[in-house]
Design a protein around this ligand. Structure first.
Ligand code: BG6
Length: 485
């Protein structure tokens, strides 16, 4: 293989605070939307993420049994809050050039609407960034990754309420000012298009409260667009060499057949995600939005100045997660559906294998994704998440995860192809570089890491860290700048 990875390629790993840190009640932290997700192994798997029904913030606090933390796996995470120094040393040992992470909003603003930040939370991230910089690992920071303050949801209605832009900007301003000398790469919102699929964790809206849910979703998205533009502007002003990127969950969609109806449906489905990068990268609502909104009965409330803001402060780079592709049919009821985190609905592609969680594995789809995004925007691309969720087995102190190596190797080879195609890709962060709690199912047993965490789905175990076989493999990939893929 001829190697096309550029010399300064940013190799690394990615996590999110709510899935990794634990310490949910330490240092003055408040409850986030993810802290109240339950896990109950007695329930059928498809009900594991059933969330508690909505109450006020204080009612939640009183009603939930805080002593049985194992019901809420994201409260424990993998105890990174206490172990981050040792974990970062392992990232450094693999040779990470970058580490994508998020800041838990509720460590800084426990309820979200306070006027002063919580100093203990700020100090935690100071120490974390210092530890990364000690090893020359460049932090790439998501401001909001499925962990908004619960209080902003229960008391304000989440992002459907425009006032949340102000609270978010207060958080962003605090963060940029405090860490301006430590962080240059920023992502205002993780997977901003996932409002489509997970409105509760993405934008904090409760479906039952909105008779026209599409209106609430797109209005919330508009508020996040405005917040992204404001954050981008402020970040550029405070940190002159900062790079601020947008981020979507990207699933390559292909027509199930050459039936023209399948082809049209695929174009429309792919647009439900590209809509978000269209707005954030080009700076305006795409022409197809008018019909989309008409058909969904959406009338956006756009304030004076909003559209000018979007135009003026577009993303510097496009980042995305990529796990799978999916086939699209105009007649899905006649066919077997694909499973998993499908933001667009999808049909099982008979040419592809699936993970245990039904995610269809398609490395070549990543090359297509990179080409499609680069053709469309001509901006640098960053692969912010990619990986295989699998059940690993710890035996005699070892984890032989050859299936993970095969998955990652195949995807990295396709990035190399895309680089050869002329696509500008400047970095790759493997998702869940250390085992963390799954976003969608709240299990730790859906593992992605190079580093095994000795804990089970009920939070029992030593939490010791064990290097999997993939650890040495990834280390050599980074060392050889992709030669040893
Ligand atoms: C992405 C999210 O959608 O997928 C992550 O940004 C998440 O937070 C990842 O963990 C993998 O999904 P899951 O459900 O397997 O954890």
């Amino acid at each position: 293989m001829t190697n096309y990875f550029p010399e300064n390629f940013l190799w690394g790993g990615a996590t999110a605070a709510n899935q990794l840190e634990g310490g949910w009640d330490k240092g003055g932290k408040g409850l986030s939307v993810s802290d109240v997700y339950t896990f109950n192994s007695d329930l059928p798997k498809d009900q594991w993420t059933d969330q508690w029904h909505m109450m006020t913030y204080d009612q939640v606090n009183q009603a939930q049994d805080h002593s049985s933390n194992q019901l809420y796996p994201k409260r424990l995470g993998v105890d990174f809050y206490h172990r981050f120094k040792a974990d970062i040393a392992l990232f450094a040992e693999m040779g990470f050039k970058t580490y994508r992470m998020s800041i838990a909003w509720t460590r800084l603003f426990p309820k979200g609407d306070e006027t002063e930040p919580n100093e203990a939370g700020l100090k935690f991230y100071d120490a974390l960034f210092d530890e990364l910089l000690k090893y020359n690992i460049i932090p790439l920071v998501s401001l909001s990754h499925y962990e908004m303050p619960l209080y902003l949801v229960t008391e304000y209605g989440g992002w459907s309420n425009r006032i949340v832009i102000d609270y978010y900007m207060q958080f962003a301003t605090t963060v940029f000012n405090r860490y301006k000398d430590k962080v240059t790469y920023w992502i205002p919102f993780n997977e901003i298009n996932c409002v489509k699929h997970h409105p509760y964790v993405s934008v904090g809206i409760i479906e039952e409260n909105h008779p026209n849910i599409e209106q609430a979703k797109y209005q919330s998205a508009h508020h996040q667009f405005v917040a992204s533009a404001l954050a981008t502007a402020l970040c550029h002003q405070l940190i002159p060499d900062a790079k601020v990127g947008c981020m979507i969950s990207y699933q390559l969609l292909v027509p199930y057949s050459c039936d023209p109806d399948d082809i049209q449906k695929t174009t429309e489905s792919q647009r439900t995600s590209l809509f978000f990068t269209d707005v954030l990268s080009r700076g305006y609502y795409p022409s197809y939005a008018k019909r989309l909104f008409e058909e969904k009965g959406v009338t956006l409330v756009i304030e004076e100045g909003d559209l000018a803001l979007l135009r003026a402060h577009t993303a510097d780079f496009i980042s995305f997660s990529y796990y799978m592709s999916s086939a699209i049919s105009a007649h899905p009821e006649r066919l077997e559906s694909a499973e998993g985190n499908l933001i667009t609905g999808g049909i099982k592609n008979p040419y592809l294998a699936s993970s245990k969680w039904g995610w269809q594995i398609d490395p070549k789809g990543l090359r297509s994704a990179l080409n499609q995004l680069y053709d469309r925007y001509q901006k640098p691309l960053f692969i912010a998440e990619n990986g295989l969720g699998a059940e690993d087995v710890l035996e005699d102190g070892k984890v032989h995860d050859s299936y993970r190596i095969a998955y990652l190797s195949a995807h990295l080879s396709q990035i190399n192809e895309a680089l050869h195609d002329g696509v500008e890709v400047f970095g790759y962060t493997a998702w869940g570089c250390i085992d963390i709690i799954s976003a969608s199912t709240n299990q730790i047993s859906k593992r992605y890491g190079f580093i095994y965490v000795d804990a089970d789905d009920l939070g029992q175990g030593s939490y010791n860290r064990v290097k999997k076989d993939s650890f040495a493999w990834y280390k050599s990939v980074i060392q050889s700048n992709g030669n040893s893929i």
